[in-house]
Design a protein around this ligand. Sequence first.
Ligand code: NVA
Length: 378
Amino acid sequence: MFETPKPVLGNDKPAVVKSWDEWSPLKHVIVGVADGGMIPPGEPALDAKVPEDSDMKGQWGPRSQESADKANEQLDNFAKVLESRGVRVDRPTPIDFSAPVSTPDWENPSSFGCMPPRDVILTVGKEMLEATMSYRCRFFEYLCYRPLMQKYFEDDPHFRHTAAPKPRMSDASYRPDYLSDQIGVEKRLKWTAEKFFVTTEEEPMFDAADVLRFGKDLIVQHGFTTNLKGIDWLRRHYPDHRVTAVNFPGDPYPIHIDATFTPIRPGLIINNPERRLPDEQREFFHRNDWEIVDAARPAHNTPPPLCYSSVWLSMNVLMVDEKTVCVEASEVNQMEQFDKMGLEVLPIPFRDAYAFGGALHCATTDVFREGDLVDYFP
Ligand code: NVA
């Protein structure tokens, strides 16, 4: 008989949920864990994201205990740094990611892991929404957060725990055009420019990490992991927000916005110079006096071994508040750029955790930030 695991909590005080943006003072956060992380088996949407020359091609199975231990060491250290800054930290409860999963429509030989909570849980105000997700190997990942959600539900009478409708993720949800492993970057870029992505418009699908929160505005990347119906679903779900879709035509593997477009504080965003926001979409920010500057070049030419993400995890940073930013400790160029912007930089060693699902923004999701709902784009 399955017993609901006890949540791993930062402390026993009752939790309060609230967060409207990416930069207000952070007081309570979830940091992922690497335990049991898998390299998931091939499936349509996941295969489309793996670059032709990646060491991930054709791999699958459990990640080594040694790599999980190293990743956990860095995750635990990150949690400690946040705690030393007065941020309360909770951790998810892993499920058995090596077990096969199935629905009436498909079977997958394993799941993925729960290192990147940002991909799964979207906090908007007093609500934490479980995203639909778009990979089959991530269908059940929300279960890792349920012990925490239950605790927040008990503690905070105004907390709203919601789940977007689970997609069927049948073959109809994925374009077979992306099944070849010989597509090539040129064709991928053409398809990205045409907004011809691996996910079809069969049903709403989105990953939470495609959404950035700017107070009353939610900026959502349309790409592999979020389709237009997913964006429309978000628009209807948050009737008091403006939901704006964005595209980054320079990205041949467009998943998750947080190594592409990173808000730092009101009025300032860094944008990946290889994935520029098109001029007509910049207008929205410029007419409200927001500055979009090119992010610094990553310090590395390649990601670490067995990693899905690009070198641009350099800009996957966590704002502790408008003046304090957590940056991966070897990303000297990004740290220097922030330093010149007048920010206090907290260097966090994290490259050993990258392979489990990303960098410092991916590995966290907000529970509580100070501040209220602000309209930055009136
Ligand atoms: N599109 C991303 C995902 C990182 C969070 C990348 O650059 O790999």
